[in-house]
Design a protein around this ligand. Sequence first.
Ligand SMILES: [Zn+2]
Length: 124
Amino acid sequence: MKKKELIFIAGILILAGVLWLGFQIAGKRSHNTIRITVDGKEFGTYSLSQDQIIHIGDTNVCEIKDGKVTMIEATCPDHYCMKQKAVDEHGGSIICLPNKVVIEGENTAEDSDSESSPKIDAVT
Ligand SMILES: [Zn+2]
């Protein structure tokens, strides 16, 4: 009887732990995403919490590492996009004008009306 109770309690604790972990991962993911667009069309959204290398068409390659994304390869003549500041969870953008590639940090915490009213910290 007592052993059964212990197993029951242990089961609940494990379940709670799994749920908690799930929320941590889900929460992290929703706040750290980037969106890549090519020629104004959405190419994809990616999580900054997962290190990976993304090939954007045939022209650009970006790398997500340590929660930051940088352009590591580009066919454009100026390579200006490779010198731009990394995009992290605070947002920002990397733009490759010749290839029409845009990498934008997304802040989904404010995605309720970010489409209609982009956040601009204008001092008026
Ligand atoms: Zn470029």
